[in-house]
Ligand binder design. Structure first.
Ligand code: K7E
Ligand code: CUA
Length: 681
C-alpha cells in the first residue's frame, strides 16, 4: 500500500503523538494529578513534563485544555475545520483565518492597493481598482478621481440551497457604496462595482439562498438627482432616498450582471443591517433602520446632535422587501436611474413589495434563523432581542392588519401581530448568529458578553421557548460575532468567535493604538467557554463569515497561462521557449518567461517615451513557486504565481538603467533573479 507524503512523514510519529495526547488529557481530567494513575506507566514522564512546563510558565490546567483544543501543528492543515472570512474594516481588504487555530492565512487585497500581492501597482489590477470609481456611483472629485480605499464591513459568501458553496465571496464598502467580488479558486479580487444611487452602504450585504442576487443597501441615504444640496438637509424627507439593491450574480463567473439587477426605492430612514430570508421566508429581505426620525444634526447650528435626534422615537422600522415580487414587476414598472433599474417607492407600495414593522429603539442587527422562520433584531438601547415570525408577518400582510401607514404611505404592521417573542439578554444587544440546535447567540456590546437563548418552535416547546440559557463575558465591547456557518440553513455549531472592539489589557503594549481582539468560544460544553484570544493587527473587522474548510476547493497552481482577471488562459501567455521582443513603432512588446531563477529576456532596451508592454508568464508548475516583478522608481510591483500570466503597460518616460528584480525569495539563486530595463534617449 502506498503512503501519501504526509502519512509517510507522520507515520512513525503517530503512535507517540497518541500517547502524548492521552497523557495531557488524562492529566487535565485528573485535575493535574499524578499521570501514573491516569495515563498508565508509558506516559508518566510526558505528563509530569507538561505539568512542569505549565507550572514554570504560570499556566493553569484549564489553559492546557484550551491549548490542546485549538493547537494545530504544522503540516496538519486539516485540523483547521473552518475558514473565517473577515471584513478588513477601513483597510479596505478581506482577511482569511483558520479555526480553531485562529491563525491568519491571508489578507486579500480588495479595494486598497496591496503591494506584496502586486495589487494596484502597475498590473491589470489597476484597471479593477480604477473601474471601482464611476460617476454613476456618485459624485467624483476631479482632483482625486480614484477611490483607493474602502471601509469593508460585511462579507457575504455565495450559497446554494442556503448553504455556503465555497465559490465566491462579496464584500461591501461602507464609505462609498461599492461592492467587490472575490473568486475563491485563487482568493483574488475580480471585480469592484460602484453601485449607482448608493453613496454609502452598510449591513445590507447578503447573498440570497441560491446566489440569485447579492443585496446591498444604502446606509446614509442618497441625495436625489436635481436637489439643491444647500437646502437638502432642512427638507430631508423629500431630498434623500434609500435603495435596496439586488445585484444579479452570473451563475458561471460570480460577477455582477447589471442588466438583470435592480433597486427598490426606500424612504431615507438610514437602513442598517439586513439579511436574506431563507426556507420559510425565502423571497424576502429584512432590513433594519435606526434613524426613522431623519435627524441630520447641526449641533453648532442650534440643533440636537444626530445621536440625540436619531434616538427620539421609541421605534424604528424593520423593512421587509419581497424580491420575488419585485422581480415580476421590474420589467414593466421600473425607471432607469444612473444606469440601474429602480422600482419607485409608490410602485413598491402598490405592488406589495415593501412593508414596515416597528422595531425597538435604535436597532442594529437583523438576522434570520436557519429555518427562515425567525428574524432576530437587537436594539442597542433595549436589553431585549425582538423575534419576528415570518408566519405571523405573512398572515398580517394577507389580513391587511396594519397599525398605520408611514408618511410615504408604506403600510406598518402591528408589532404584536408579527412578534412571537422577546428575550431579555442584557445591555446593548447587537448581532445574532445561530447554532444547529435551535439556539441564538447575541453579542452584547455594553455588557461585553455573548448571550445564548432558545428560539421558538419547532426546536422548543412553548414552555422552553425564548429563554436565556447562558452568558459568557468577552473582552471587550463585542460588535459582531460569528458561529460556524451560523447564518446558513445548516449551522455547524461548535464555535462562536466574538469580535471585540477593545483589547485594553489583553496584550503587550504596542503604543497607543491597540489591536482588535477575536475570542474563540467553545460551544460544545454545558457552558460556553472562551478558548483563546487573537489580536488582529489591522483595521477593525466588522462582520465575519465562517465556512467549513472542505467546501473550499482552491487551486494550488493556475492552469498554464491563466490571466487572473478572466480566469482563462491568456492569448498572450507563452510557454518556455516562446520568449521574444516585438517592436511596433514606438511600442515595445516583451513576451517574458518567469521561472527559477531568471526573467527571459533579462535585458529590455527602449527609447525614452516609448510604450512598454510586458507579458509575463510564470511557466512554473510547482505550488508556491511565486515570483515577484519590481521595477524601481516606476512604482511597479507585481506578483506572478505559478502558471499565472500577468500584463503591465507603462510609458518609459524616465531615462536610466532600472534593475528589475524578483521580490520573492524563490530559490537559492533568487538574488540573481534580476535584469535591466534600459531607457535611453
Ligand atoms: Cu460594525 Cu455590521 Cu458595520 Cu455592527 S457593523 S458592529
Ligand atoms: Cu523569483 Cu526570487
Amino acid at each position: 500500500m502506498a503512503l501519501t507524503r504526509r502519512e509517510f512523514i507522520s507515520g512513525t510519529a503517530a503512535g507517540a503523538a497518541g500517547l502524548v495526547v492521552g497523557g495531557v488529557v488524562g492529566n487535565i481530567i485528573g485535575g493535574g494529578g499524578d499521570g501514573e494513575t491516569v495515563g498508565g506507566g508509558a506516559v508518566t514522564g510526558v505528563s509530569s513534563d507538561i505539568t512542569a512546563i505549565a507550572e514554570a510558565r504560570g499556566l493553569e490546567p484549564g489553559d492546557i485544555a484550551k491549548a490542546v483544543k485549538t493547537f494545530v501543528p504544522g503540516g496538519r492543515p486539516e485540523l483547521d475545520e473552518f475558514y473565517v472570512f473577515s471584513s478588513g474594516g477601513h483597510s479596505g481588504q478581506l482577511m482569511v483565518m483558520g479555526v480553531p487555530s485562529m491563525r491568519i492565512l491571508k489578507i486579500i487585497g480588495v479595494f486598497t492597493p496591496e503591494s506584496w500581492q502586486g495589487w494596484g501597482y502597475g498590473s491589470e489590477s489597476d484597471a479593477v481598482i480604477k473601474a471601482g470609481t464611476t460617476s454613476e456611483g456618485g459624485p467624483v472629485s476631479p482632483s482625486r478621481p480614484t477611490l483607493t480605499w474602502a471601509d469593508t464591513h460585511h462579507p457575504a459568501l455565495s450559497e446554494t440551497d442556503g448553504e455556503y458553496d465555497g465559490r465566491w465571496v462579496y464584500i461591501q464598502d461602507r464609505a462609498n457604496g461599492r461592492i467587490a467580488m472575490i473568486d475563491l479558486r485563487d482568493f483574488k479580487t475580480k471585480q469592484i462595482y460602484d453601485v449607482p444611487n448608493l453613496v454609502s452602504s452598510h449591513g445590507g450585504c447578503f447573498v440570497t439562498p441560491n446566489s440569485e442576487y447579492v443585496h446591498i443597501s444604502t446606509k446614509t441615504p442618497t441625495l436625489r438627482d436635481g436637489v439643491d444640496p444647500a437646502s437638502a438637509l432642512e427638507n430631508f424627507a423629500d431630498s434623500f432616498r434609500g435603495y435596496s439593491t439586488f445585484l444579479a450574480i452570473n451563475p458561471q463567473t460570480g460577477r455582477f450582471d447589471i442588466e438583470r439587477s435592480f433597486q427598490v426605492e426606500l424612504p431615507p430612514y438610514t437602513q442598517d443591517l439586513a439579511d436574506a430570508g431563507k426556507l420559510l421566508s425565502f423571497g424576502w429581505v429584512f432590513i433594519g433602520s435606526y434613524n426613522t426620525e431623519m435627524a441630520y444634526g447641526g449641533n453648532l447650528e442650534g440643533n440636537p446632535p444626530i445621536e440625540v435626534g436619531a434616538s427620539k422615537a421609541d421605534f424604528d422600522y424593520l423593512h421587509m422587501v419581497n424580491w420575488k415580487k419585485a422581480e415580476q414587476v421590474v420589467g414593466t414598472r421600473s425607471v432607469m436611474l444612473n444606469g440601474m433599474r429602480v422600482i419607485p417607492l409608490d410602485v413598491a407600495i402598490e405592488e406589495g413589495i415593501l412593508y414596515l414593522a416597528p422595531e425597538p429603539r435604535s436597532p442594529h442587527g437583523a438576522d434570520v434563523s436557519p429555518n427562515g422562520r425567525y428574524i432576530v433584531v437587537g436594539g442597542k438601547l433595549d436589553p431585549h432581542v425582538t423575534i419576528y415570525d415570518i408566519e405571523m408577518i405573512e398572515k398580517a400582510i394577507a389580513a391587511q392588519d396594519f397599525e398605520a401607514h408611514d408618511q410615504y404611505g408604506i403600510p406598518i404592521l402591528r408589532f404584536d401581530s408579527v412578534v412571537s417573542g422577546r428575550v431579555e439578554v442584557g445591555a446593548g444587544p447587537l448581532h445574532t448568529q445561530f447554532d444547529d440546535k435551535g439556539y441564538g447567540y447575541t453579542s452584547l456590546f455594553l455588557e461585553s458578553a455573548v448571550a445564548k437563548y432558545s428560539l421558538g418552535a419547532p426546536d422548543f416547546t412553548a414552555e422552553e421557548s425564548y429563554k436565556l440559557v447562558d452568558k459568557v463575558p468577552v473582552h471587550y465591547n463585542i460588535g459582531h460575532l460569528v458561529a460556524m456557518e451560523g447564518d446558513t440553513v445548516k449551522p455547524a455549531g461548535k464555535y462562536v468567535i466574538a469580535l471585540n472592539k477593545w483589547s485594553i489589557d489583553r496584550y503587550a503594549g504596542i503604543g497607543t493604538l491597540n489591536p482588535q481582539n477575536f475570542q474563540l468560544v467553545d460551544l460544545t460544553g454545558e457552558k460556553m467557554e472562551v478558548l483563546s484570544d487573537t489580536p488582529i493587527g489591522m483595521a477593525e473587522p466588522h462582520y465575519v463569515q465562517a465556512i467549513r474548510a472542505d467546501r473550499i476547493k482552491s487551486w494550488d497552481v493556475y492552469p498554464p497561462g491563466t490571466d487572473q482577471l478572466t480566469m482563462q488562459p491568456s492569448p498572450h501567455a507563452i510557454a518556455d521557449g516562446g520568449e521574444r521582443i516585438e517592436q511596433n513603432g514606438t511600442t515595445t512588446e516583451v513576451y517574458m518567461s518567469v521561472k527559477r531563477s531568471n526573467f527571459k529576456p533579462d535585458i529590455i532596451r527602449v527609447k525614452k517615451g516609448d510604450r512598454l508592454v510586458l507579458h509575463l508568464t510564470n511557466v512554473e508548475v510547482t505550488p508556491d513557486a511565486t515570483h515577484g516583478f519590481a521595477v524601481p522608481r516606476y512604482n511597479i510591483s507585481m506578483s506572478i504565481d505559478p502558471g499565472e500570466y500577468a500584463r503591465i503597460e507603462f510609458v518609459a518616460d524616465v531615462e536610466g538603467a532600472f534593475a528589475m528584480y524578483c521580490t520573492e525569495f524563490c530559490s537559492a539563486l533568487h538574488l540573481e533573479m534580476q535584469g535591466w530595463i534600459i531607457v535611453s534617449a
